[in-house]
Design a protein around this ligand. Structure first.
Ligand code: KG4
Ligand code: ZN
Length: 348
């Protein structure tokens, strides 16, 4: 029988305040609570860092209590505490990471400062039991990159965006059309009634194998939007959303095909907030079927930001003996490649 390995995870890097408890040894989710700060940022059409920090501070203690109660565990039962310490908005990171430090100190448990991207990168292992190695396409509000995931802490970036992240592009396009925040899910909803061939949009960096550029696509959308009769009708908004979503999916499919060939991977994992988009999931799954590659994408609730992924990724490190000293600061900028080669007791 495997021994349990209980880890409390805390996530506060952007606009979701989240806490979760995972049994890492049994890959079992014991609790998962998320507070999405939609109300706080709605009036501004995007995340306001100062308001995000305040909301994290207000919500986090209650969410941690809730996560522990649902898991039916006390802090003394934990094997460790994991919190996102980067990349992300510094104010939010400080709230969650310092809270985690306090819990770890008071309960005399080891702490692991977890990379948010590593959380996204490993979620499919928890949800679908995907084995190493695999090609990861990480698509979120802050990132759009291909990562060759070879083992725990062993990551190589193959390519990525030269400017905007794909989620950011969804969010900006939504804002330009007057759709509410958060943009991505609202563009997807609006696209349902639209014609995806109504507008022709450019595919930037078409001839670059595995790098992306989304700023040109954003500008093309802006020009299209202002060239339409104002205010936009519901049908035009739906057509614009559907055409945009279709083009983004085509770009991601084109580059994924190249990245699969370049990496020789036999497994493909789609992760990050934009992986919640069903058109994109469907198109990439179809590509993988054609390429004879196994396709995995975590359930939608585990694609957008959550603390389960932090508990799991941080927990895997804790399980192999990696711990973070309490004086280690948060890292608002922190690429996944820098984790490569990290071994037990060598986290700084
Ligand atoms: O991973 P995530 O929750 O936070 C970051 O780490 O950035 O990703 C958030 C991003 C946002 O840009 C949001 O608009 C986008 O994911 N997103 C979507 C969908 N759901 C969330 N984009 C397209 N379609 C969706 N259904
Ligand atoms: Zn994220």
């Amino acid at each position: 029988m495997t021994q349990n390995f209980y880890v409390l995870g805390i996530e506060t890097s952007c606009d979701e305040t989240a806490a979760a408890v995972v049994d890492v040894a049994e890959r079992r989710l014991l609790s998962n609570v998320v507070y999405s700060q939609i109300k706080e940022h709605a009036d501004y059409g995007g995340v306001v860092p100062e308001l995000a920090s305040r909301a994290h501070q207000q919500r986090l203690p209650g969410l941690v209590q809730q996560a522990m109660a649902q898991a039916q565990l006390s802090f003394a039962d934990l094997n460790g505490v994991a919190a996102t310490s980067g990349p992300g908005l510094l104010g939010g990171l400080l709230v969650g990471y310092n809270f985690a430090k306090s819990v770890a100190m008071a309960a005399e448990k080891p702490l692991y400062a977890t990379n948010h991207l590593e959380g996204h990168a490993l979620t499919a292992q928890l949800s679908d039991g995907v084995a190493f190695p695999y090609l990861l396409l990480l698509v979120s509000g802050g990132h759009c990159q291909f990562i060759h995931v070879k083992g725990l802490g062993d990551y190589t970036t193959l390519g990525g965006t030269l400017d905007d992240a794909v989620g950011e592009c969804f969010d900006k396009v939504a804002k330009m059309m007057g759709l509410p925040y958060p943009g991505g899910p609202n563009v997807e909803k609006c696209a349902k009634k639209g014609n995806s061939r109504a507008f022709v949009l450019p595919v930037p960096l078409r001839h670059d194998a595995v790098n992306f550029s989304f700023s040109g696509l954003k500008t093309a959308m802006r020009q299209l939007i202002i060239s339409q009769e104002q205010p936009l009708t519901a049908q035009v908004m739906a057509d614009l959303s559907a055409s945009f979503q279709q083009t983004v999916s085509e770009i991601l499919v084109l580059k994924s095909k190249n990245a699969l060939q370049q990496s020789g991977a036999s497994r493909f994992v789609l992760a990050g907030g934009v992986a919640a988009n069903s058109l994109l999931r469907g198109c990439l799954e179809e590509l993988c079927v054609g390429e004879n590659v196994a396709f995995f994408a975590p359930p939608i609730g585990l694609c957008t930001d959550n603390a389960v992924m932090i508990a799991y990724a941080g927990g895997l490190h804790l399980q192999r003996g990696d711990t973070t000293p309490l004086d280690k600061p948060a890292q608002p900028r922190w690429s996944l490649d820098t984790l490569a080669g990290v071994s037990a007791g060598d986290i700084r």
